[in-house]
Write a protein that binds this ligand. Structure first.
Ligand SMILES: Nc1ncnc2c1ncn2[C@@H]1O[C@H](COP(=O)(O)OP(=O)(O)O)[C@@H](O)[C@H]1O
Ligand SMILES: [Mg+2]
Length: 264
């Protein structure tokens, strides 16, 4: 089983591209404006970051890089782009109703992005401290967030969606069970709803699910938290039922919401 997993990881590594240094510099110039560079330098002088290595992912709203820390450890650095209007649109719905963002939305978008990076850091911290399996948050400055690297030797672990086709039923079952516990802990102990949970925001490392991408997670007090939770559960249920037998959605909902009944 372990050997098979290692083989699978190797294959995944061979398929995934690592960005060459020359390309990296192009990306660096394109992404890092001087203010962002300032935050990166600040993290270097605080002895958090030592070296930015290759790019891991480039989304519409952020880029993720593999980096090295001062003890030689691998780190993941997520840098939010400060110049995208799609981002503005997509985060509006999570922000309305949240007093932390009142008044700053239209007036200062850059500041909003900083708040957003800080929110991801805080959400990660709250989840991590409650026992949810997420990358350990390490630091943030402006639009730059530093966290534990999920993977090995600069190769990130695969997303659930990327390994699904190769998992055996037993492995799938174990991951599903584990993920349910993660969601329960997230809701019941951290009092948060992920709000963008799917096979694209779960990494599989050491045969276990790691929840990532938590900037949009909201407190249970958020007016739309139950709607977001319902959507998360639906995504998870829909995905797993394509591969293994899972309980009906109502039952899954029951497991996760059990702790909330007591609170009401
Ligand atoms: N801590 C991490 N360690 C390794 N890779 C990561 C880490 N966090 C994110 N990634 C990689 O970067 C990708 C994008 O990160 P994510 O937080 O999902 O941002 P977004 O989906 O908003 O672009 C992920 O799909 C994953 O491949
Ligand atoms: Mg994501």
């Amino acid at each position: 089983m372990v050997r098979k997993r290692a083989r699978r990881l190797k294959r995944f590594r061979e398929e995934s591209e690592r960005v060459k240094d020359a390309d990296m510099f192009k990306i660096v110039e394109e992404v890092f404006d001087s203010i962002t560079m300032g935050f990166i330098y600040r993290l270097e002088s605080r002895k958090v970051l030592r070296e930015l290595k290759g790019a891991i992912s480039s989304g519409k709203e952020s880029r993720v890089y593999w980096a090295k820390g001062w003890k030689g450890e691998d780190l993941a650095v997520k840098i939010y782009l400060t110049e995208t209007s799609d981002f503005k649109k997509s985060i509006r719905k999570y922000i309305e109703g949240d007093p932390r963002f009142e008044g700053i939305f239209e007036t200062n978008f850059r500041r909003l992005i900083y708040e957003w990076a800080k929110k991801e850091y805080r959400n990660l911290k709250r989840m991590y401290e409650s026992g949810v399996r997420v990358p350990r948050p390490i630091a943030f400055a402006g639009n730059v967030l530093v966290m534990e690297f999920i993977g090995e030797e600069g190769y990130r672990a695969p997303l659930l969606v990327e390994v699904a086709g190769e998992l055996e039923v037993e492995e799938f079952k174990a991951i599903y069970l584990d993920l349910k516990t993660q969601i329960e802990t997230l809701v019941c102990k951290a009092s948060l709803v992920h709000a963008d949970l799917s096979e694209y925001n779960v990494m599989i490392f050491d045969g276990k699910p790691w929840i990532i991408d938590v900037s949009q997670a909201v407190d249970l007090e958020h007016p739309r938290s139950m709607e977001f939770l319902e959507r998360d559960l639906l995504n998870v249920h829909r995905f797993f039922s394509d591969y293994i037998n899972v309980e009906p959605l109502e039952e899954l909902r029951g497991v996760v919401l059990k702790c909330l009944e007591v609170r009401v």
